[in-house]
Design a protein around this ligand. Structure first.
Ligand code: PEP
Ligand code: MG
Length: 592
């Protein structure tokens, strides 16, 4: 048995999880290089051949299935994929790479197909780019048969009946959304940051998680017993019985505290100690979270990340207009008359949309993302706008646009919305007249020009996760720069103050829906700047409501003024921590 060991990372989702480790290696990185001994080469080529035959069989079977359901035209794509796996001009170079470079088959497949794809993509004809995509798909199936994904599923079944802690290099948003929540009690990753989407999902689902743990995959093995302390960011491998007992006790205590806050969260309008009304809404990704919105006492939905309708689906097809409208209607109707803010697709960046964009971008976070990608795919965008409008009757829908960088984008969305409205009305479907349109302020150019944007929209919503990322030039999902991701940096605070001022002058509601809204120390700052609407993962709502009830707006204004006189993120954080301790002594709830 391995000796006990503790590893430290970034705590991203509180709570305690106890379970067995299942290793999960994400697809992009599933081919680490391994150098072979001479006697390993022949068996490796044999292994590769068996995998190509199995992959060809799988693709042929998919082709038959597709033919039955969609017709021969679509099945042709898969027949073409299967042909690659029988073609010596495709297989030969991979086998030669294994033999000459003495490398494992997974590595040889990755390198050879990447070269081939790059060559196809450099050709002028667009058809060759599709060819490159085909090769990427075939490589994916091949690698699955060489191990990787398929194995990790099998291993998960081996642990039938046991609680699982996923141990991964990285979780993409679409991996995270598919986690079998009935089995997985916690997750830990080598990569990631506090506001990466997998971390946000962990908090939404109430799954304890720690990310950014160096050497995680070398230290923790398949089936090891693991305890995840998501509050302090510690992961224990093969802990003693005493450690397990200690954490079980803590888990029970935390659950009791959460239950009592939850009950108080259901008590109607939230007011600060001096009577100012504040609104606390929920951020959700999936329809299954609507129950949590109600259970945790949210005043509606402040951010529905609609792109998860696509990311949680198998395959690359977009949900149809009808499917989307049914989903939007479900959340709007169930929560009526509470407002539901649905954000239009924020795909691209780290939220994989390779199929949509048609190629890999060198710098996706600064590429076709959010509303830019929607403009580049007008049919996809108009379909979503029609679905939104068609689902609005009888509820309280508000539409929010992500990644806005200036006024022209909002004007363009208004034009498209107008056309979508005419289409929907023409079909005899009722559409309310006054669906508010809002802009997310998450790009520095939007924050700087908030005074120009505010008059053009009905409301503003601060996306602080991206605002911090883009203002400080710090990738929000990169653990190596996680300590530079500072919400309290004076540059971030000044931009936020500017936005608050613009909203106040234009008399437009301003909400905060980034993760800053879930931290009492930062909520006090927002309150002091005049913000009265907050939106966060459903499970944080009871704590933040309780905190808001315990502070007054005058106190918050004093804190904000003093914070603005400081020069560094550390100074602001230390000052806010001290203020929070004082507030807690006066009875405010400050545990997030
Ligand atoms: C944000 O950027 O703060 C935000 C709420 O949007 P997302 O986290 O989905 O990028
Ligand atoms: Mg964002």
């Amino acid at each position: 048995m391995k000796r006990p060991l503790s590893l430290t990372g970034i705590p991203v989702s509180p709570g305690v999880a106890v379970g067995r480790a299942v290793l999960w290696v994400s697809r992009e990185d599933s081919s680490p290089k391994r150098t072979l001994e001479p006697e390993e080469i022949e068996p490796e080529i044999e292994r590769f051949r068996r995998a190509s035959e199995a992959a060809a069989e799988e693709i042929e079977s998919t082709a038959r299935h597709v033919k039955e359901h969609l017709g021969s035209e679509y099945a042709g794509i898969f027949h073409a994929h299967a042909l690659f796996l029988k073609d010596r001009t495709f297989l030969g170079p991979i086998e030669r790479r294994i033999a000459h470079e003495k490398v494992n088959a997974e590595w040889a497949v990755s390198e050879t197909t990447a070269d081939l794809m790059a060559r196809f993509r450099s050709l002028p004809d667009e058809n060759f780019a599709h060819r490159a995509d085909d090769i990427g798909d075939v490589a994916g199936v091949l690698k699955k048969h060489l191990g990787g994904e398929e194995n990790s599923r099998l291993r998960m079944e081996d642990l039938e009946g046991e609680a699982i802690v996923l141990v991964a290099d990285e979780l993409t948003p679409s991996d995270a959304v598919r986690i079998p929540r009935d089995r997985v009690v916690g997750f830990v990753t080598e990569r990631g940051g506090r506001t990466s989407h997998a971390a946000i999902l962990a908090r939404s689902f109430g799954i304890p998680a720690v990310v950014g743990i160096p050497h995680l995959l070398t230290e923790v093995g398949e089936g090891d017993r693991v305890v995840v302390d998501g509050r302090d960011g510690i992961v224990w491998r093969e802990p003693s019985e005493e450690v397990i007992e200690f954490f079980r006790d803590r888990r029970n205590q935390e659950a009791r505290h959460e239950r009592s806050l939850k009950e108080r969260s259901l008590g109607g309008i939230t007011r600060t100690r001096d009577g100012a009304e504040v609104t606390v809404r929920a951020n959700i990704e999936l329809l299954s979270e609507i129950d949590d919105v109600i259970e945790y006492g949210a005043d509606g939905v402040g951010l529905f990340r609609s792109e998860f309708l696509y990311l949680s689906k198998e395959g690359t097809e977009f949900p149809s207009e009808e499917e989307q409208a049914a989903a939007y209607r479900q959340v709007i109707q169930r929560l009526a008359p509470r407002p539901v803010v649905i954000r239009t697709y924020d795909l691209g960046g780290k939220k994989g949309a390779r199929h949509l964009i048609g190629s890999d971008e060198l710098n996706p976070v600064l590429g076709l993302r959010g509303v830019r990608l929607c403009f580049a795919r007008p049919e996809m965008f108009s379909t979503q706008l029609r679905a939104l409008l068609a689902s609005a009757a009888g509820g309280n829908l508000r539409i929010l646009v992500p990644m806005v960088s200036g006024v022209e984008e909002i004007r363009r969305v208004r034009t498209l919305l107008k056309a979508a409205r005419e289409d929907v009305l023409e079909r005899g479907i009722a559409v309310p007249d006054d669906i508010p349109l809002g802009a997310m302020i998450e790009v520095p150019s939007a924050a700087v020009t908030a005074d120009l944007l505010a008059p053009e929209v009905d409301f503003l919503s601060l996306g602080t996760n991206d605002l911090i990322q883009y203002t400080l030039a710090v990738d929000r999902a990169n653990e190596t720069v996680a300590d530079l991701f500072r919400p309290t940096h004076p540059a971030v605070l000044r931009l936020i103050a500017r936005v608050a001022e613009a909203a106040r002058i234009a008399k437009k509601p301003l909400a905060v829906c980034g993760e800053m809204a879930a931290d009492p120390a930062l909520v006090v700052l927002f309150l002091g700047l005049g913000v009265r609407e907050f939106s966060m993962g459903p499970r944080t709502i009871p704590v933040i409501k309780e905190f808001l009830r315990g502070v007054s707006t005058q106190e918050a204004e004093r804190v904000a003024r003093a914070a603005f006189s400081l020069s560094t993120a550390d100074e602001v954080s230390a000052f806010l921590a001290q203020e929070l301790r004082d507030l807690a002594r006066n009875g405010a709830e400050v545990r997030a």
